[in-house]
Design a protein around this ligand. Structure first.
Ligand code: NDP
Length: 335
């Protein structure tokens, strides 16, 4: 068996030498435990936070520890009456080919619901993030304008499509023409702009003639600066992620922090951070609605597959820079 461990805490962008691939002998399950073989490893931006030991809502991966991550795995040996050999489960097995876990930490996946990879994508954590952040905090109303960046990605793609289902106008922001074309033509957003365009702010203003009512914040940085002046009174800003800043080495006080607070007051903005697990009670609603929308073709999704555990570090480094086009997965073993 193989696993990827954290060797050093990155300063700025992670590099290949921050990771090491190790071989190990998979252990046999003790009482209540199951041995898993990984099929799909999900790579997600939050993993950058786990590599650092600064203050966070979650504990970091220890140096020498296996990189954390959600997986779709198959039970290959079970010492737990709740699981049989061959069961497909959602687990937090991390970046490794095999894992020994307590049955309590696993959720069975019904392969009849669709390709099992969707359990870490559109029907899993990223889909649930889009659903809860948009509906429970953003609360888009028919005719309103919703803006989301990283719009071709796992979370952003679902945000815009759910906004459309609710009758809102969806404007995406993504890196490059191919992603913008996909967001407009395949996902049906009303518009999509390239965040690398030097005229982003002016183009966003044209694309949002009635201002912005919901800004689903995935990115921060220059995108937020373009969005901020366009926020309407009573706009809602679910703060989901700030990927433009994950490699920052120092906190930069925005030169306009005071104007931000002034706008929060005068425009009565709601800016609310959230972690998807805050909305655990909404999981059944999410699965019911999202699986129906996916079946009906109202929510489309795209997977970006990297082959082999040894390529996981490079794929993760690419994810932070937009090299992925869709939900980033690593195929560790056959379905
Ligand atoms: P994506 O599939 O969207 O991949 C990340 C994307 O971020 C890249 O493809 C790239 O897209 C974009 N990006 C990277 N750097 C920049 C930048 N400087 N400016 C603009 N865009 C950038 O990942 P996810 O859908 O999994 O995650 C999206 C966001 O949601 C992240 O911020 C993540 O941390 C957050 N998140 C938060 C959760 C929560 O519970 N709060 C749970 C899950 C995700 P492009 O090429 O278009 O620039």
């Amino acid at each position: 068996a193989k696993r990827v461990v954290l060797v050093s805490r990155p300063v700025g962008e992670p590099k290949a030498s921050d990771f090491r691939i190790e071989e190990y002998a998979p252990p046999t399950p003790g009482e209540g435990q199951v041995l898993l073989r990984t099929i799909w490893l999900s790579l997600d931006p939050y993993m950058r936070g786990r590599m650092s030991d600064g203050p966070s809502y979650a504990t970091p991966v220890p140096i020498g520890g296996v990189m954390e991550g959600g997986t779709v795995s198959e039970v290959i040996a079970s010492n737990n009456p709740g699981f049989d050999k061959g069961d497909i489960v959602l687990s937090r097995a991390g970046w490794q080919t095999h894992a020994l876990l307590d049955g309590k930490a696993l959720t069975k996946i019904d392969p009849k619901l669709g390709p099992v990879s969707t359990a870490v994508g559109v029907l899993g954590m990223p889909g649930m993030t889009a659903y809860t952040g948009l509906l429970d905090i953003g609360k888009p109303q028919a005719g309103e304008t919703v803006v989301v960046a990283a719009a071709s990605g796992a979370v952003g793609s679902a945000v815009g499509q759910i906004a459309r289902i609710k009758g809102a106008r969806a404007v995406g922001i993504a890196g490059g023409k191919d992603k913008c074309d996909y967001v407009k033509k395949e996902l049906g957003f009303d518009d999509c702009l390239d965040h690398r365009d030097p005229n982003l702010a002016a183009k966003l203003k044209d694309a949002c003639p009635k201002g912005i009512d919901v800004y689903f914040e995935n990115v921060g940085g220059a995108v937020f600066e373009a969005v901020f002046p366009l926020l309407n009174p009573f706009a809602r800003v679910p703060v989901c992620g700030l990927i433009a800043h994950y490699n920052d080495t120092e906190a930069k006080a925005p030169k306009w922090a005071s104007s931000l607070m002034r706008a929060v007051l005068t425009k009565r903005l709601t800016i609310r951070g959230f972690i998807v697990s805050d909305f655990a009670a909404r999981h059944a609603d999410f699965l019911r609605d999202m699986s129906q929308w996916v079946r009906e073709g109202k929510v489309r999704h795209r997977e970006f597959v990297t082959e082999g555990l040894e390529n996981a570090p490079a794929a993760f480094m690419g994810l932070l820079k937009g090299a992925n086009f869709g939900k980033q997965l690593v195929r560790i073993g056959p379905d």
